[in-house]
Design a protein around this ligand. Structure first.
Ligand code: GRF
Length: 203
């Protein structure tokens, strides 16, 4: 193998607490991928939506306060090199962030720094975007840092707000764009290939 040849694959762990649609989109996108493999999906909620989905990746449960060290040890043992937060609702332990500098990513369904930070989750985000009369909302994929929603931004894509939008319809349209963007941005980050074109993001 020539020097500098790409490694066989980068192992990615996914963290999910919600309905698991982003985690499923990522797992599906990387199935059979040449350079990225899914080590597994870790969830802190016994009733998490991801458990009801048909996913070709192992799903692991954990308790955030209790299993912080165990999960990190598991990731090390499995050779995990990057982590994607996909609707993970708990604060990420500092030890995890420090173990994956620039290699732990999150997705947020708004154009950060707008509508981010504490209390900005789920429909609260879309309600706030509608109330402030934004012409566009969208999504942000960023590196995870110690502060909520404040790490370096990797990618943003705009989704127009429509006159008849409710928080629910805006959320659904942005979620569709998330499923398109997140795996492609992770691929670009992990394989050092160009970022997807934000204009190609489904609206
Ligand atoms: C997504 O909107 C994501 O941006 C946010 O939480 C939601 C998770 O949705 N962080 P799902 O669980 O992936 O369906």
């Amino acid at each position: 193998m020539p020097l500098n040849a790409p490694k066989a694959s980068t192992s990615l762990a996914i963290l999910a607490s919600g309905t698991g649609s982003n985690a499923a989109a990522i797992a599906e996108y990387f199935q059979g991928h040449n350079f990225v493999s899914i080590a597994g999906i870790w969830t802190n909620r016994p009733e998490a939506g991801i458990k009801k989905r048909e996913i070709n990746a192992p799903i692991h449960g954990f308790l955030p306060e209790k299993d912080e060290t165990r999960v990190l040890a598991e990731w090390k043992k499995l050779g995990v090199e990057a982590v994607a937060l996909a609707g993970y609702l708990k604060k990420v332990p500092l030890a995890w962030i420090e173990a994956f500098p620039g290699r732990m990513f999150n997705i947020h369904p708004a154009l950060l720094p707008k509508f981010g930070g504490k209390g900005m989750y789920g429909l609260h985000i879309h309600r706030a975007a509608l109330t402030s009369g934004e012409a566009f909302s969208g999504l942000t994929i960023h590196e995870v840092s110690k502060e909520y929603d404040e790490g370096t931004i990797s990618f943003q894509c705009r989704v127009p707000v429509e006159e008849r939008d409710t928080p629910e319809t805006l959320q659904a349209r942005i979620l569709k764009a998330e499923h398109w963007a997140y795996p492609r941005v992770l691929e670009a980050q992990l394989c050092q290939t160009p970022m997807p074109n934000p204009l190609s993001c489904p609206k």
